[in-house]
Write a protein of this length. Sequence first.
Length: 281
Amino acid sequence: MLNTVFLAALCCLSVSLVRAHPASPLSVAVVKQQFINADIVPDVVPKFDPIGVAVLNYSTTLQRLSNGQDVTQGNVTQEPVVYIHGTAAAEAVAGGPFNVTTIKYTVLAIDGNTAGSSNPNGYNLHYLRNDYVYGQNNDHTVTLNTTTAPVVPYQGPAPPSGSGPHRYIWLVYAQPANFVAPSTPVQGSGVALFNLTQYTAAANFGDPIVGTYFTVQVGPANASVAVTSAVDSTTLPQYTPTSTSSGGHATMTGMSNAGLKSEVSTGAAAIVVFALLFFTF
Ligand SMILES: *[C@@H]1O[C@H](CO)[C@@H](O)[C@H](O)[C@H]1NC(C)=O
Ligand SMILES: *[C@@H]1O[C@H](CO)[C@@H](O)[C@H](O)[C@H]1NC(C)=O
Ligand SMILES: *[C@@H]1O[C@H](CO)[C@@H](O)[C@H](O)[C@H]1NC(C)=O
Ligand SMILES: *[C@@H]1O[C@H](CO)[C@@H](O)[C@H](O)[C@H]1NC(C)=O
Ligand SMILES: *[C@@H]1O[C@H](CO)[C@@H](O)[C@H](O)[C@H]1NC(C)=O
Ligand SMILES: *[C@@H]1O[C@H](CO)[C@@H](O)[C@H](O)[C@H]1NC(C)=O
């Protein structure tokens, strides 16, 4: 434990005060594959090619969630703290989306319903907040800070009882320099159906730079829900049997982000299989 604290302190001294330790390409690839395996891409999010990772911290309950974690409704009622960090390659791009001095971010969360569900009218938006900026370093990730009021204040998951495990998908977009918040949804809106494609077009956003999701189920499911498959990180092109995580990542041990865990585990055990959603009815 002391070691961990010491290493964390060393790491933070050796990088700038705002730059966090970069995300490994493997951890990013695992998250991307989890989105595909959970049918989030392309059903809910048309395109997802992350260049880093996002982590949610429900600070009064579970703290940091793993990507794809199954949580209870009561564990996620409060607006979480959002952390992001890019890969080393993404963070090295001058004026790029991880440039701490210039870039602001939009964070939003969508109830993606259950995997394989039919949603002809779209999905409900549970959170939308613009103008996040890079905040302080927090254990290798960077806290996003904002003083701007949310457009859609966070409303925790409330899936209908019996409707199965809903996917709550969080996306982070880099705002262009000339960003003007789209007129819809209007400031202070509640949970309502949302058209992601229209919003990102109106906001002049590119694809999300990072994202994460968790699932919430209320009551036993009354119908069968598509089974989504686990990610075997050893099958990903980013995986190399000899590569341990780059220095410093061992200090992530004990944190609950799945992507980050994979970096630790690949070094140690050389194989990591992520269980996503296995449901039997
Ligand atoms: C979660 O956020 C709270 C409040 O900012 C902070 O005190 C706590 O250290 C964070 N937990 C983790 C694991 O980052
Ligand atoms: C998470 O939710 C479960 C079930 O509602 C509850 O028993 C548990 O205490 C919660 N955990 C935290 C850390 O809030
Ligand atoms: C951030 O962007 C500014 C303005 O484009 C540029 O001057 C600066 O070099 C960039 N810094 C980094 C670290 O990319
Ligand atoms: C969202 O908007 C796009 C572009 O206008 C449109 O093609 C699509 O059908 C809309 N989706 C829903 C669910 O309304
Ligand atoms: C971000 O928020 C934290 C905690 O509220 C604060 O300590 C820090 O100075 C803020 N950083 C910026 C860049 O606003
Ligand atoms: C299953 O539960 C959902 C949510 O309560 C409800 O809308 C749906 O009609 C139910 N389906 C069946 C087959 O009972």
